[in-house]
Design a protein around this ligand. Structure first.
Ligand code: HEC
Ligand code: HEC
Ligand code: HEC
Length: 357
C-alpha cells in the first residue's frame, strides 16, 4: 500500500514537472522567440476571440454598478445633448455616429471598435457606464480620463438615444459652427443646457483659473479635461476674456417655496463659526467681492446642485480658494443643496458684483 502511494506521489511530481517544463518551453517560444503572431491583419487562434469576449462580458456584468445608481434625469434631452457633444470629440473617431462611418483604418483594429447604434439593446445603463468609465484592457477601448463617475452618465444617455437617431438630428445636436465651446456652452456662453454651466455670468479670473484647474487635473472632469487636452494653452486667456466680456441677459424667475428656503440659507451664517454666509462670497453683497469667486446668479440649478454634491463628497477641486467651499458645503443635506441651487438659479443672471435679489 505504502509503496503504491509513494509511486503515486512520484508520478504526480513527474507529471507536474513535465508540465512545468513544457509550459516554460511554450513561454520561451511565444515570448522570447516570437512564435505568437501579433499582426492585427489576422484574427486570433480558434477559441481565443470567444474566450476574450466572454471574459469581457462576464467581467462587466460582475462589476457594473447597481441599477439604483442610475440618475433619474438620464434620458432627458439635455443629458443626451451633452453626451453627444463629448462623444463627437472623444468617441466618434473609433465608433462612428449617425451618418458618420468608421474610417478604413479604424476598421482594421483588432478587435474592431463596433458601431454603437444598437449597443443599448445589448448592455443596460449601469453596464455601459462601467465600460465607459473603465475601458477594456487589451482592446483599444480607453478608460475615462477622470476619477469621478457622475459625468459619464451623459454618454450613457446618448448611447441609449442613438438607436434610431437620424443623421440630421445628430448634426443638429452637435453643431459646432459657433466654435468648439458652443456645442455645449451655447452661443456666447449662454448655455441653454441645464447640465452645462453658463459662462456669461463669470469673471475672466474665475474662467481662466477653472480652465487651468481642468487642464492640470485639480478640477476633475472627464468632459472638460478632454476639451483642454485639445486646446492650445495660448487660447485660454483670449477665451476667458471673450466670455467674461458678455453682459448677461435674462430675468429673475418667481422664487418657489424651495427657492425661498434657499434664500434663507444663503443669507444665514454658515454652520460653524469659521464659515461665512454663502452671500458673503457669492452675493448679493453690498461691497465688491473677490473676482476669483464665481457668480451663481441665474446659473442652472442642476449644475449648481451637482457641484455642491461633488464638494460635499470631496470630489470637486478647483483653484486655490476651493478649500473654502469644502468647509461651506460639508454639512449640507440633499434638501439644502436643492434649495440653495433653486435660489441662485431664480436670480436675474448677473456678474458677481451685480447680483441682486
Ligand atoms: C481608440 C478607439 C476607441 C475610442 C476612442 C473609444 N472606443 Fe469604445 N471600444 C473600442 C473597441 C476596440 C471596443 C471593442 C472592445 C471589445 O469588443 O473587446 C470598444 C467597445 C466599446 C463599448 C462596448 C460595445 C459592445 O458592443 O460591447 C462601448 C459601450 C464603448 N466602446 C463606448 C465608447 C465611448 C462612449 C467612447 C468615448 C468616450 C469610446 N468607446 C471611445 C475602441 C474605442
Ligand atoms: C462636450 C461639452 C463641452 C464642451 C465642448 C466645452 N465644455 Fe466647458 N463644461 C462642460 C461641462 C459639462 C462643464 C461642467 C464640468 C464640471 O462638472 O466641472 C463645463 C465647465 C466649464 C467651465 C467651468 C464653469 C464654472 O462655472 O465653473 C468653464 C470655464 C468652461 N467649461 C469653459 C469651456 C470653454 C472655454 C470651452 C471651449 C474651449 C468649453 N468649456 C467646451 C461641457 C463642455
Ligand atoms: C469664503 C467664501 C465662500 C463661501 C462662504 C461660499 N463659497 Fe461657494 N465658492 C467659493 C469659491 C472660491 C468658489 C470657486 C472655487 C473654485 O472653483 O476654485 C466657489 C464655488 C461655488 C460653486 C461652484 C460654482 C461654479 O460655477 O462651478 C457653488 C455652486 C457654490 N460655490 C455655492 C456656494 C454656496 C451654496 C455657499 C453657502 C452654503 C457657498 N458657496 C459659500 C467661495 C465661497
Amino acid at each position: 500500500m505504502r509503496l503504491l502511494r509513494e509511486l503515486h506521489g512520484r508520478t504526480v511530481i513527474a507529471i507536474a514537472g513535465a508540465a512545468a517544463v513544457l509550459g516554460l518551453a511554450a513561454a520561451v517560444l511565444i515570448v522570447g522567440v516570437g512564435l505568437f503572431n501579433v499582426s492585427a491583419r489576422h484574427g486570433h487562434w480558434p477559441g481565443v476571440t470567444w474566450a476574450m469576449h466572454t471574459t469581457f462580458e462576464s467581467s462587466v456584468a460582475f462589476r457594473a454598478p447597481p441599477k439604483s445608481a442610475v440618475p433619474d434625469n438620464l434620458d432627458t434631452p439635455d443629458m443626451v445633448a451633452l453626451g453627444a457633444g463629448h462623444y463627437k470629440s472623444a468617441c466618434m473617431e473609433c465608433h462612428g455616429a449617425p451618418g458618420v462611418p468608421r474610417s478604413a483604418t479604424v476598421q482594421q483594429m483588432l478587435p474592431e471598435p463596433p458601431s454603437l447604434a444598437l449597443v443599448a439593446d445589448h448592455w443596460n445603463a449601469p453596464e455601459m457606464h462601467w465600460i465607459i468609465h473603465n475601458g477594456i484592457k487589451m482592446s483599444g477601448m480607453p478608460g475615462w480620463p477622470a476619477d469621478r463617475k457622475d459625468d459619464v452618465w451623459p454618454l450613457v444617455a446618448f448611447l441609449r438615444a442613438q438607436k434610431g437617431m437620424t443623421p440630421d438630428t445628430w448634426e443638429a445636436i452637435t453643431d459646432d459652427t459657433e466654435g468648439g465651446c458652443a456645442v455645449c456652452h451655447g452661443r456666447n456662453g449662454v448655455s441653454e443646457n441645464v447640465q452645462v454651466p453658463r459662462l456669461d455670468i463669470l469673471s475672466e479670473e474665475y474662467i481662466a483659473q477653472s480652465l487651468a484647474a481642468y487642464r492640470d487635473g485639480t478640477r476633475d472632469s472627464g468632459i472638460m479635461y478632454e476639451v483642454m487636452s485639445q486646446l492650445p494653452a495660448a487660447s485660454v486667456e483670449r477665451l476667458a476674456r471673450t466670455f467674461a466680456d458678455v453682459s448677461p441677459e435674462g430675468t429673475a424667475i418667481e422664487p418657489s417655496e424651495l427657492a425661498e428656503q434657499g434664500r434663507a440659507l444663503a443669507f444665514a451664517k454658515g454652520g460653524s463659526q469659521s464659515v461665512p454666509a454663502c452671500r458673503a462670497c457669492h452675493g448679493p453683497w453690498p461691497e465688491p467681492i473677490n473676482p476669483a469667486f464665481p457668480s451663481l446668479a441665474g446659473q442652472h440649478a442642476p449644475y449648481l446642485a451637482q457641484q455642491l454634491t461633488l464638494w460635499r463628497e470631496g470630489n470637486r477641486g478647483g483653484g486655490r480658494a476651493a478649500e473654502l467651499m469644502f468647509k461651506a458645503s460639508k454639512d449640507l443635506t440633499d434638501r439644502e443643496i436643492e434649495a440653495l441651487a433653486a435660489y441662485y438659479a431664480s436670480l436675474e443672471p448677473a456678474k458677481l458684483d451685480d447680483t441682486a435679489d
